[in-house]
Design a protein around this ligand. Structure first.
Ligand SMILES: Cc1ncc(COP(=O)(O)O)c(C=O)c1O
Length: 374
């Protein structure tokens, strides 16, 4: 595992910003860490920017996360944070599982989709949406598009998880199959967006998506302000960027640990080398599989994430089985990765409260069989 000391990559801009609180209701961590207004003033460090192509993207702020929480609440109930004695025993300490696999689309991404689609301009709504996805980002966009009456297309790799494809179609999205992997589907998606003028929703370079998914960490700290560690799976890095932003604002002592698959290490290598790199993309956990780092989450991770490790596909499959056996819950590969990391690092966690994000439960039958065959 890599632990970062200095964290500022060369492709950042900086600007100072003093966010203000507006109409926010106090939640559970208030007693321990302070009122949201105080947290916001603590968050008034310089904000930064990421460059992507000819665009400059501003980091979402903690205030954006509070706004996102208000926007998504009418549509998405908070997910449970449960502890299981059999998992505690496995890791040797208190473990709290954040059940994003209980979201209506079975994955945390929907928080970002609802936040983003709720904020589209009239022109964007008329253009309609397009996204490239290995499945869960597409489901998130399909779900939110249906909620707000906008059309959606999702480009998926030819061998996409059939359950995720059926769910997107069931929610009214047009699914377009293209390419051998996510990266090929993404290139085709970007070409279609240019040709037809659709509003392209990138799965990471979208401040509103990151602010939306960051609300999962806000909920975790609201339910258990005593967490010492949060482990979050990383594909493009939007979830981990959001987790790091919230942790840094609420409790800078909280350890946020990112985990990606050894067989798809693009985000990890981009973070470690402090530049966007491409890498093989071969993991069975499609949610963790991108072949290149994404500019905005990566810039945020370089600025705020201090610990990142890779786990093998075998460790991920084993963790899926433990989730079934010991927490009686279905996690897809990406959703089990945080448990795999917790098991690897268990020697460091004695006496700590460890939160693991079970980010999704949309396992294909084939993947489940592979795990159970271990
Ligand atoms: C279930 C699941 N977990 C984790 C991830 C990784 O999320 P991110 O791309 O925000 O790093 C994804 C991405 O699609 C996912 O579907």
């Amino acid at each position: 595992m890599w632990r970062a000391n200095s964290c500022r990559p060369p492709y950042f801009g900086r600007r100072s910003l003093a966010p203000r609180s507006r109409g926010y209701t106090a939640i559970g961590y208030t007693q321990r860490f302070g009122r949201p207004r105080d947290l916001l003033s603590r968050a008034s460090r310089p904000t930064t920017f990421a460059k992507t192509g000819s665009f400059i993207l501003k980091f979402p702020t903690f205030q954006d996360v509070l706004h996102a929480q208000r926007r998504i609440r009418p549509y998405l109930a908070p997910t449970p944070l449960y502890s299981y004695s059999a998992l505690n025993e496995l890791i040797g300490t208190h473990v709290a599982v954040k059940h994003e696999n209980y979201q209506p689309v079975g994955a945390f991404k929907v928080r970002g989709g609802v936040n983003l689609v709720s904020q589209l301009t009239d022109a964007e709504r008329q253009q309609g949406l397009i996204a490239a996805s290995s499945g869960n980002h597409g489901q998130s966009i399909a779900y939110a598009a249906r909620l707000f009456g906008v059309s959606a297309r999702v480009v998926v790799p030819r061998a996409a998880n059939p359950g995720k494809v059926a769910a997107m179609q069931g929610m009214g999205a047009t699914v377009i199959f293209h390419g051998e992997n996510f990266d090929e589907a993404k290139l085709h998606c970007e070409q279609l967006a240019r040709e037809h003028g659709y509003r392209y929703v990138h799965s990471g370079d979208e401040p509103l998506l990151i602010a939306g998914v960051a609300t999962e960490t806000l909920e975790m700290l609201s339910d258990d302000p005593g967490l010492d560690v949060i482990i979050v799976p990383i594909g493009g890095g939007s979830g981990a960027a959001g987790a790091a932003l919230v942790a840094q604002t609420i409790n800078p002592a909280l350890r946020v640990i990112g985990v990606q698959a050894e067989r798809s290490p693009a985000a990890y290598e981009s973070w470690r080398q402090r530049r966007i790199v491409t890498a093989p993309n071969l993991t069975i956990a499609e949610g963790l599989g991108t072949g290149t780092g994404f500019s905005l989450p990566q810039a945020m991770l370089c600025a705020m994430l201090k610990e990142f490790l890779l786990v093998s596909d075998e460790e991920i499959l084993q963790a899926m089985v433990w989730m079934i056996e010991r927490a009686h819950t279905l996690a897809e590969g990406a959703g089990a990765a945080a448990l795999a990391a917790a098991y690897r690092l268990r020697g460091e966690f004695s006496g700590k409260r460890v939160g693991i994000i079970c980010s999704g439960g949309n396992s294909s039958i084939a993947q489940l069989k592979q795990a159970l065959a271990l």
